[in-house]
Design a protein around this ligand. Structure first.
Ligand code: GLN
Length: 487
């Protein structure tokens, strides 16, 4: 069977269970695709070939014995922000270039427990700070739709890998849009769950009150299958929420008729590219055809989400990244003169420019003289944004709008201007500030580049979001498009 790579994860899982092919065959075929694409895309930081082949053999024995889990034998990749026991976990940084994790992140352990076979660790912006996957110590990731363009970020390696069908699913994290934005720019499905739905244990911290693990797949049905396995309470994460995990797969076919959809007025602003907007409006028409009831809603404080985020996220990152001191683990400078020199040079040489910019901003907004003016104020506005969303969900079931203002942009186009780069996440950050689940699904093309539709729901409405996304994917085929050269 030569068309494995165009099968969905759901089909692969069923095919494995029906013993149509083995996990070993599947893993070998995908490893070959990863090798063949690495020079062009740079989607992976590590490929765990030996481990994958031996895990596949174990999976095949379980399948033969009829003792398979939901994902037994299915190949996946993890963003290199998730700790993997015995495997290098770099977070895209020189700081962790030599770091081999002594334990598995909960997400990694859960997916392993469900039988998934890890093929490797994907490339990403350094410490997940970025929107283009260009800040990686390991070089930029390229967009499989056009290698001159960025795949989005920070989970660009995971997104490029799924879009190019190097793997049927990859984990990712979203602090301000890093699952949805690369999903949109690469033409795949990206799900950012409710804050607290997926454990952050072993997920290297960037901004702890915003970080949430999720998944990138070709389809919403695949995302439902993976989320069902990766979600759930974890005593090791104090913000993990102890509420039962619904069967997202069983909920997929829930009828859409009567769904109340709010169109976010603030998202259809002058920053939205006119071609992108056309694709979004067409997608909304499809939803109308499916029986959704559309109305406009306004979240007046939402335009403040970017400035609020760029106070809160750097503040939390400056605290989280204080642990990289050259003493305990990670990069240590050569021949330090004394302790101060060890700290200064280890951090100075270990971190890249964007990470340093965030640490400096964060330290500044938390400093005694500026705490009230910046940090406290940002927290207050964050609360207002929360309330805006809560009010909106009083009258609609979900909110829809674009995921990004434009399709993928050129590598290098925004690296010299951080503000322009930050504005990429203007439509995604709100959901992080309010802890809401959101999904991005492919909804068309602008000049051969994919465009993403974003759906945001109330807390713990993942089943609703996924069924709404699935309903769209039943009547459209954007999610089946594979970049030329990878078909
Ligand atoms: N692009 C945003 C940032 O640079 C969000 C990144 C993310 O979600 N990890 O911080």
């Amino acid at each position: 069977m030569s068309d494995w790579h165009t099968s969905t994860l759901t089909q692969l899982a069923a095919g494995l269970r029906a013993r149509k092919f083995s996990s070993a065959e599947l893993v070998r075929a995908y490893l070959q695709r990863i090798d063949a694409s690495q020079a062009a895309l740079n989607a992976f930081i590590s490929v765990t070939r030996e481990q994958a082949l031996s895990d596949a053999a174990v999976a095949d024995r379980a399948l033969a014995a009829g003792a398979a889990g939901a994902l037994t034998g299915v190949p996946i990749a993890h963003k290199d922000i998730f700790c993997t026991q015995g495997v290098r976990t770099t977070c895209g940084s020189r700081m962790l270039d030599n770091f081999v994790s002594p334990y598995d992140a909960t997400v990694v352990a859960k997916l392993k427990g469900a039988g998934a076979v890890m093929l490797g660790k994907t490339n990403m912006d350094e410490f997940a700070m970025g929107s283009s996957s260009e800040t990686s110590f390991y070089g930029p990731v390229r967009n499989p739709w056009n290698p001159q363009l960025v795949p989005g970020g920070s989970s660009g390696g995971s997104a490029a890998a799924v879009a190019a069908r190097l793997v049927p699913a990859a984990t990712a994290t979203d602090t301000g849009g890093s699952i949805r934005q690369p999903a949109a720019l690469c033409g795949i499905t990206g799900l950012k769950p409710t804050y607290g739905r997926v454990s952050r244990f072993g997920m290297i911290a960037f901004a702890s009150s915003l970080d949430q693990g999720g998944v990138l797949t070709a389809t919403a049905a695949d995302a439902a299958l993976v989320l069902r396995e990766m979600a759930g309470f974890d005593a090791n994460d104090s913000t993990s929420v102890d509420t039962p995990v619904p069967d997202y797969v069983a909920a997929l076919e829930r009828p859409l008729a009567g769904l109340k959809v709010g169109l976010l007025k603030e998202f259809f602003d002058e920053g939205l590219d006119a071609h992108n907007e056309r694709r979004i409006r067409e997608a909304l028409k499809v939803y109308e055809g499916l029986g959704a009831k559309l109305s406009e809603v306004s979240l007046p404080n939402l335009p403040l989400s970017v400035p609020v985020y760029y106070v809160v996220a750097p503040a939390e990152c400056s605290s989280n990244l204080a642990r990289y001191d050259g003493v305990r683990f990670g990069y240590r400078c050569e021949k330090p003169r004394d302790l101060a020199d060890l700290y200064r040079r280890s951090r100075g040489e270990g971190f890249g420019a964007e990470v340093k910019r965030r640490i400096m901003t964060g330290t500044y907004v938390l400093s005694a003289g500026y705490y009230d003016a910046y940090y406290l104020k940002a927290q207050r506005v964050r609360q207002l944004i929360n309330e805006d969303f809560r009010r909106a969900f009083g009258s609609v079931d979900v909110l829809m709008g674009p995921t990004t203002p434009t399709p993928a942009f050129a590598i290098g186009a925004k690296t010299s201007d951080p503000i322009t780069m930050y504005l990429n996440d203007i439509y995604t950050i709100g959901a992080n500030l309010a802890g809401l689940p959101a999904v991005s699904i492919p909804c068309g093309f602008v000049q051969q580049l994919p465009v993403g539709l974003q759906i945001v729901g109330p807390h713990f409405s993942e089943a609703r979001l996924l069924s709404a996304a699935h309903a769209f994917q039943r009547v459209t085929d954007w999610h089946t498009r594979v970049p030329p050269g990878y078909a």
